[in-house]
Design a protein around this ligand. Structure first.
Ligand code: ADP
Ligand code: SF4
Ligand code: MG
Length: 387
């Protein structure tokens, strides 16, 4: 019996988000052992140029990233475009090799002689990308697309087909109606459901969702988000959910990791991040969320300028060129991420929150770019904006 044998079609039965997941027989270290531990991950891309095509610069896309993901949780990853989110996702899947760093999956180091092979990692961890169309073979009926992974991993044709049909049912595409359709006969939301089914075909324990709902209409996006929540509970899945949309991340995540220029600047439980963010960059990101209240309309951006070039990131704290609280220590010394292990820990990389850093604002009441005084940041909410 497979994990998928125990469930019925979500299209037919409303998802029960509170269902208690069955204990996964593949669980090795118990609930307290994180499913994934990432230690000091680095990826620098060389930029070639000149007559001899030599390396003329290096993009520091991921630069010393460490975190852990607990079993059954959803870790949201946010940050501006170009901060390294997709590179991080590809590194976790080993689609590109890291320059340095370590991955530990349920206690097993990945890619080492005594640990988990890359083949086993990819059985356990699958990825869903943003572009639902280009992820599917236009010449293959969707049943075959979903059955492809199990076939490659040695499943007999009829078993792979049965798995595919079962999964199509589970993602809300009844197999009798959809199995023989081609991608061009599906809407964007339906194609993304197929991609989710395909990612689940090898019964992974973890999904990496890189902007997986970003291209969908809002109503379809909500349906796919609810499907993901439903599947997470039903199939005991763990998610790394990458998105630039802070509303979506708040809705689906248990914890949130904030990236800036290849580094983690803050990580913590979703409620703490959204109600009491401590890093000025996180505060500015949250302040820039659009509101439906006209009185909350922003007249100026809460964060100034574009992110600096990752080829030559600023010294010290990489955010100091845009931070209203930057002081000499910020340009001289890179802040360290405070302890961020465990589901309740709230870690931040900012000298204001480090008692030994010498930053003059340490110990002040929490400040944000919107209440700082004096505030060089040009951010203001509209006062009494026309209703
Ligand atoms: N293969 C590559 N070669 C060179 N630079 C790359 C490559 N892939 C990504 N980058 C650069 O790495 C940085 C991070 O990119 P990415 O991870 O795609 O960011 P995000 O997903 O947060 O938008 C960007 O500056 C991007 O241009
Ligand atoms: S370390 Fe300094 S520059 Fe960086 S976020 Fe904190 S106050 Fe701002
Ligand atoms: Mg990306």
């Amino acid at each position: 019996m497979t994990l998928f044998d125990q469930t019925t079609t979500p299209a037919a039965t409303a998802p029960a988000l509170h269902e208690v997941p069955k204990r996964d027989p593949r669980d090795r270290g118990g609930a307290r052992q994180p499913l994934l531990i990432v230690r000091d991950l680095h990826k620098h891309f060389p930029i070639k140029g000149g007559l001899l095509n030599t390396t003329v610069a290096t993009v520091k896309a991921v630069d010393g990233v460490s975190f852990a993901v607990g079993k059954g949780e959803t870790l949201g990853v946010v940050g501006e475009s170009g901060c390294g989110k997709s590179t991080l996702a590809r590194l976790l899947m080993h689609l590109i090799p890291p320059d340095r760093g370590e991955l530990i999956f349920d206690g097993d180091p990945v890619g080492q002689r005594q640990g988990l092979s890359l083949r086993d990692l990819r059985r356990n961890m699958q990825m869903v990308f943003q572009d639902s169309s280009s992820s599917l073979n236009p010449r293959m009926p969707i049943e075959d697309s979903v059955a492809y992974g199990p076939r490659v991993h040695g499943a007999p044709r009829h078993t792979a087909r049965a798995t595919a049909r079962d999964l199509l049912d589970k993602v809300g595409l009844p197999a009798e109606m959809f199995a023989h359709r081609y991608p061009h006969e599906l809407s964007g939301g339906q194609k993304q459901r197929v991609n989710i089914a395909r990612a689940l075909a090898l019964e992974p324990r973890m999904l990496i969702l890189d902007e997986a709902v970003s291209a969908l209409d809002k109503s379809v996006e909500a349906q796919v988000l609810n499907l993901l929540r439903h599947l997470r509970t039903r199939l005991s899945l763990t998610y790394l959910f990458i998105s630039h949309d802070l509303h979506v991340v708040q809705y689906i995540s248990d914890r949130v990791l904030v990236m800036y220029l290849g580094e983690v600047v803050e990580i913590g439980p979703v409620d703490r991040i959204y109600s009491a963010a401590r890093h000025p960059y996180t505060q500015a990101l949250l302040a820039s969320q659009l509101s439906t209240d006209p009185a909350e309309r922003l007249t100026e951006a809460p964060i100034a300028g574009d992110p600096p070039n990752p080829i030559d990131p600023p010294s010290g704290c990489r955010f100091h060129t845009r931070c209203p609280f930057a002081e000499a220590v910020c340009t001289a010394q890179a802040p360290r991420l405070s302890a961020a292990e465990g589901p309740e820990a709230h870690g931040v990389a900012c000298h204001m929150h480090d008692p030994g850093s010498g930053h003059s604002r340490h110990g002040d009441p929490p400040v944000t770019p919107l209440n700082a005084a004096p505030a060089p940041m040009p951010a203001k909410r509209a006062q009494g904006a026309a209703r």
